[in-house]
Design a protein around this ligand. Sequence first.
Ligand code: ADP
Ligand code: ASP
Ligand code: MG
Length: 412
Amino acid sequence: MPVLVMKFGGTSVATLDRIRRAAKRVGVEVAKGYDVIVIVSAMSGKTNELVGWVNETSPLFDAREYDAVVSSGENVTAGLMALTLQEMDVPARSWQGWQVPVQTTSAHSSARIEGIPPTNINAKFAEGMRVAVVAGFQGISPEGRITTLGRGGSDTTAVAFAAAFEAERCDIYTDVDGVYTTDPRVSSKARKLDRIAFEEMLELASLGAKVLQTRSVELAMRYNVRLRVLSSFEEPSDEAGTLVCAEEDIMESNVVAGVAFSRDEAKMTLVSVADRPGIAATIFTALSDAGVNVDMIVQNIAEEGRTDMTWSCPTNEVARAEKAMADAKVDSVINYQELIADTDVAKVSVVGIGMRSHTGVAAKMFRVLSAEGINIRVITTSEIKISVLIDRKYVELAVQALHDAFELEKAA
Ligand code: ADP
Ligand code: ASP
Ligand code: MG
């Protein structure tokens, strides 16, 4: 029988009533003749609570135990979803990651899926089970320890299952009815897109649009998974939601597809380091060894053999970066005057494959921000995106102004 993957995010399984509504939707697909793999998130808010408990118990926690605790929210919803389906006379059972098994790397708290042998689940489908309810976000390392895939990781579980089982489609049910030109919570003018190219979705996700985890889009692109984002709160239809698809499958698109933002950014400047060959290598190797995910980098013009080095990284990695630089100073590996951390910044980005062939997008973006009196701290660009770091208090203003200027309310 054809296989369908249906993923329900936190708000879609937030209460027993919501689980029942999601289960009904699954029942409809089973009645159509699909074997269904349901991927569930933890109930909304649960993972945050578990992360909070870990931090309170042990600030510099053992990541293996973090994963043991934080993965547990999904176990509850998987069991409840299977029970709900059984109550509806749909043959279903739950699977935790290790039971499938979802094989991952040992990079605890941000593990990558390496393989999903379909044998165990297929054997149960062959015996008449119609729905496998799988706990999202979790797997098992080669050492036999529980791992998690990073926040938002259930999306990646869903796409990986769709690839492993050659599913006809991977439907991501969430609390919005698709992918929008920007976060609909920030701009009331945001428009739902009927289709978006993999490359654009990949950039939007990695630049902060948390509607899909970045890695899930990467996998969908690599394995050509038919990926759809839709609302679990609205009546389903074949045209519902947004299809994430190959560029060739989109007839017409805007130069700019969307505006993304991330408030979780910090800007750090190492003041007065020696301007010599190898200095960047030394600094960024130390940061990388400390597990700091550096995003933007700017090196200032040197004066009298000294220069400033600026980078951005997630706010919760500032302490680690500070420790790495302090250690490097003590060891005389890097000599600098001071390290300034600014945690009141945010990143705003415009994304669109049309930028490959259109010039002037960056200039327009800078003009729009300047007209709003917003100062740009750092700029980075790639072929299909432009990102700027600005003061955090201006995020909404910047997003709305850019959305207006690029006429995204007319997007379809
Ligand atoms: P789930 O719990 O279902 O995984 P998430 O909260 O992870 O849901 O993702 C859905 C949220 O993503 C939406 O509520 C919305 O606020 C946010 N979001 C950010 N950018 C976008 C965008 N461009 N389009 C749609 N939603 C977006
Ligand atoms: N529950 C996890 C989280 O909140 C995984 C997910 O929902 O995708 O990050
Ligand atoms: Mg999510």
